[in-house]
Structure formats: structure tokens, C-alpha cells
Design a protein around this ligand. Structure first.
Ligand code: CO
Length: 291
């Protein structure tokens, strides 16, 4: 029988990495961790008050076979893509993009007076949906419900639900849940995560513990992977805690990964590379228009 409370099975402090044109970030998990986080592939955390660390940005680059989820906690990111989307995502906005069969986009953080802070999470797509039509969802912070816990905290629901309130991102086959959880000092909260789903948390601010497992404090910047169970039980420390909680149904499919392209077989990767060289990568293209 599965223990109803999910315990921490592994901790990931994050590794300093340079990505894009030289953005300094902390990588929580990536290619070497496959398939531990299935259906999730990668989590990068941005966080710096020095513009030199982020202004180089992520100039035009391709994606295929995945969803990229960018959550800007603080700061401004200018973006554009081959589907014709362009604009700025800022303080509390989320960009949830299905690269599908192929998209080329850029993500350029702008100079910000304060700490540029946020995440990018990659979610895998099942084999039968790898070559689906690309789709872009831009969510303003106003579209993301913020559900009070009743004890001083709140849960912003991007995908999935909390206490019956559903997030705006729906209709994804692995049924991802993506919650931004804020707890008051010493507040405890139970978050149901159905058995069989992969679940992890990433500390955003403050610190707290999770019942089950080693119960050591999870500080800001650390990612913890939970074992199976029915619920995650969090307890904030004396300074309160904010963390990201994500979960989804694992795909149990082979992963063939090269840079921003994640497919199931080496042959599919080779095809993607060939198409990139021949200018045949993007299947759906629309001219860029300002939002
Ligand atoms: Co990208």
C-alpha cells in the first residue's frame, strides 16, 4: 500500500550553469536526471540583481517535442516566435508554450531595477503528440487565480486545481499541476497529489519542511523530488515559505534529447537536425505581429 504522505526521496541543490547567449542561472535538473522527473525534463531558476547575468538572453533558437513553461516572478522578458507571437511577460506572468512539431523563438530579459527572478520548466509530450501543431499561451498574472489557504497563505493555480479552483492551463494529456504556494510563518498545508504522479517542489523564498522522509528544511533554490503517495504535507518555517509544486503523469517512453529538441528516438533527432539545416524545421509559420 502506498503511504498517503509523500516523502522527499532526493534533493537537488541546483548547479550554476550558463545558457542561451550566456545567462547565468541555476539548473535544478536536466538530461542526466532522466527519467526521475518524467514527464518533466528540466528546471532552470533565474535570479540575479546584476543585469550582466541575464541581459545576453536566449536569442532565436528552435524547440520540438516539448512544452516550455516560463514563469517570471519579477522582471521583464521580451519574446517573439515563428507563430507570430511577440510581447513582454513581466511580474507574475506565465508563458506556457507547446513547441509541437517545431517553433523558433527568442526570450530576452530586459534591464530591471531589482532582482530578475523566475523559472523555466520543460514538460515532455507523449510520442503521439510530439509533432502536434505548436501552440502559445500567454497568461497575465491577472488570469491566474490566487486561492487563500485560510491561514494567511495563498496558492496561485497556473495548472491543476486547489480547493476546487482550476488554473487556466487545461487540456494537456499528462495533466500537469503547477502551483505557486505561499505559506505564512509556521503555517501547515496539505496539497493532494494523486498516486502515480511524479511530484517535485522548488523553494522560492523562505524555508520549510515537508512531512515524510528526512524532514530537513528545504531552503530557497533547492528542488526536492517526492516519492509516491496521495498528498504533500508542507510546514513553513518561522520566516514563512514560498515554493513551486509541480506534478504530472509519467510517460514511461524513451527520451532522445539534443539541446532544445526532445524526441523519442535518435532517428527523430537526426531528422530534426537535417530539417534545421535545410530550413524545413518550422511547419507552421505566421509573421510576427505586436500584441
Ligand atoms: Co526556448
Amino acid at each position: 500500500m502506498t503511504d498517503p504522505i509523500r516523502s522527499i526521496v532526493r534533493r537537488f541543490p541546483g548547479v550554476p550553469t550558463r545558457e542561451g547567449a550566456g545567462v547565468r542561472l541555476r539548473r535544478s535538473f536536466s538530461n542526466p536526471e532522466v527519467p526521475l522527473f518524467d514527464p518533466f525534463l528540466l528546471l532552470d531558476r533565474f535570479g540575479s540583481s546584476n543585469p550582466e547575468d541575464y541581459l545576453a538572453g536566449f536569442p532565436w533558437h528552435p524547440h520540438r517535442g516539448i512544452e516550455t513553461i516560463t514563469y517570471v516572478l519579477e522582471g521583464r522578458v521580451e519574446h517573439g516566435d515563428t507563430l507570430g507571437n511577440s510581447g513582454v511577460i513581466a511580474n507574475g506572468d506565465v508563458q506556457w508554450m507547446n513547441s509541437g512539431s517545431g517553433i523558433v523563438h527568442q526570450e530576452m530579459p530586459k534591464r530591471y531595477d531589482g532582482e530578475f527572478n523566475g523559472f523555466q520548466l520543460w514538460l515532455n509530450r507523449p510520442a503521439r503528440e510530439k509533432m502536434s501543431t505548436p501552440a502559445y499561451r500567454g497568461l497575465s498574472h491577472e488570469e491566474i487565480p490566487d486561492v487563500p489557504t485560510g491561514a494567511g497563505g495563498g496558492v496561485k493555480v497556473v495548472a491543476g486545481s486547489f480547493r476546487g479552483i482550476e488554473g487556466p492551463v487545461r487540456g494537456i494529456s499528462v495533466e500537469p499541476e503547477y502551483l505557486d504556494v505561499r505559506l505564512a510563518p509556521d503555517e501547515a498545508l496539505e496539497l493532494p497529489v494523486p498516486a502515480g504522479r511524479t511530484a517535485f517542489a522548488h523553494g522560492i523564498e523562505g524555508g520549510g519542511t515537508f512531512e515524510g522522509g528526512d524532514r530537513a528544511v528545504v531552503p530557497a533554490g533547492e528542488t526536492v523530488l517526492f516519492g509516491d503517495g496521495a498528498t504533500v504535507r508542507a510546514r513553513a518555517g518561522p520566516a514563512g515559505q514560498r515554493f513551486l509544486l509541480a506534478s504530472g503523469r509519467p510517460l514511461h517512453e524513451p527520451v532522445a534529447w539534443y539541446g532544445p529538441i526532445v524526441m523519442n528516438t535518435p532517428d527523430e533527432l537526426a531528422t530534426a537536425m537535417l530539417e534545421l539545416r535545410r530550413g524545413e524545421f518550422v511547419k507552421e509559420r505566421r509573421p510576427v505581429v505586436e500584441e
